[in-house]
Design a binder for this molecule. Structure first.
Ligand code: ATP
Ligand code: MG
Length: 354
């Protein structure tokens, strides 16, 4: 039988890199979408200030960290700079009523959720073909900080880091392994997997470890403490861009292939913890190991990804045994597709996201 000769690895990687850039560019939010979202944020902030004059409404998550796809939802956080502020539960109820009266959004207040939020949504219409979905939470300052951390990582090497992350976000959505409610992983979790890979697995590293770089001036622990967590990281992006020059020159396609291979075959899920702060850790050292007497701990820590600041928090605690099995299966599938190097890289890309 006729056998097709395999495309050389270099040529395939060059083709695939170009395809990845082209693919991702089409999925970026349009300037109009960004403008509409900013208008929404301002409108809601103005309304909230009629109840809490000292408040600010800030974006976090993908709309603020440089990893946003077209039509992604808005994560907003309300900060109130006054001593005698209302409780989150009371605010959720009052804002729910206010927004229902003053806006065209569908409103769903969740005052008794673990983290009380107000959900807002707008139906699709011409000019806004996918509508808007938005969550407003309160005083979630750690989320603002981890958003800033991810944004700094994105800005150090946008061409490779953003392309990889955005592609993975599309990929995990299309492959249906991006639902914490159904036992798989949040977008935030996937982003941390990528950053960890680029900081700690790649040698030479593509990214520096921003949490371990020496500060420019002495920093006291009080300055960087937020709710008992050390949130310091090197955030002078201009200086970083001058000083950090990675000697890793792999293309985005080579990095992506290696990423899939690493999480398909090398990472030791049973014993290891992904930590972008500290590198590879063991479940045992964090007390996250599978204690047979505590079935729930075991179920919560199938996959372990340490939050960069809330270090006793496993970001992937929602990932179930089945969920992890599926996710690993997808890493293997992706790795296999890319290793067959079809004649045209675009074919591989389409297959990956089928
Ligand atoms: P998408 O575009 O798919 O909405 P996203 O980048 O906004 O992706 P999300 O998973 O929606 O990512 O998370 C948004 C923000 O919420 C994160 O930047 C993080 O601050 C916070 N967050 C989400 N999931 C977790 C989690 N499991 N643990 C801690 N913080 C989380
Ligand atoms: Mg989001």
């Amino acid at each position: 039988p006729h056998r097709r000769p395999m495309v050389s690895k270099q040529r395939f990687a060059a083709d695939l890199s170009r395809c990845l850039y082209d693919f991702v560019v089409q999925l970026l939010p349009t300037p109009e979408e960004l403008a509409i979202k900013e208008d929404v944020r301002k409108l809601l902030e103005r309304l909230i200030r009629t109840i809490e004059p000292e408040s600010r409404l800030l974006s976090f998550g993908s709309t603020a960290n440089g990893f946003s796809l077209r039509n992604s939802d808005m994560d907003l956080c309300c900060l109130i700079d006054s001593e005698d502020r209302l409780s989150a539960t009371a605010l959720v109820n009052m804002l729910g009523d206010l927004f229902a009266r003053e806006t065209k959004f569908h409103i769903k207040p969740l005052p008794h959720a673990r983290i009380p939020i107000v959900k807002l949504s707008l139906d699709p219409k011409p000019g806004l073909p996918f509508g808007i979905a938005c969550d407003i939470g309160f005083e979630n300052r750690l989320a603002l900080e981890n958003t800033r951390l991810l944004m700094c990582y994105a800005m150090i090497d946008p061409a490779r880091v953003r392309t990889m992350v955005l592609f993975l976000k599309v990929w995990c959505k299309r492959r249906k392994i991006n639902s914490p409610y159904k036992g798989t992983l949040s977008s935030y979790g996937y982003v941390l997997l990528v950053i960890y890979f680029l900081v700690h697995v790649k040698n030479p590293p593509v990214l520096p470890n921003l949490q371990q770089m020496p500060p420019l001036r002495p920093i006291s622990p009080e300055e960087t403490n937020l709710n008992g967590h050390n949130v310091w990281f090197f955030d002078d992006i201009n200086l970083l861009r001058e000083r950090w020059q990675s000697s890793n020159i792999e293309s985005v396609a080579e990095l992506l292939m290696d990423f899939f291979r690493f999480y398909a075959r090398e990472f030791l899920y049973n014993v290891s913890v992904v930590s972008i702060r500290a590198g590879l850790l063991t479940k045992e050292s964090k007390g996250w190991d599978n204690d047979p007497d505590r079935g729930t701990a075991r179920e919560r820590n199938r996959l372990c990804i340490e939050d960069p600041f809330e270090t006793d928090f496993n970001v992937s605690r929602c990932v179930t045994r089945d969920g992890l099995f599926t996710i690993r299966g997808e890493f293997m599938r992706a790795s296999k597709i890319l290793s067959t190097r079809p004649e045209r890289a675009i074919v591989a890309l389409a297959q990956l996201c089928e």
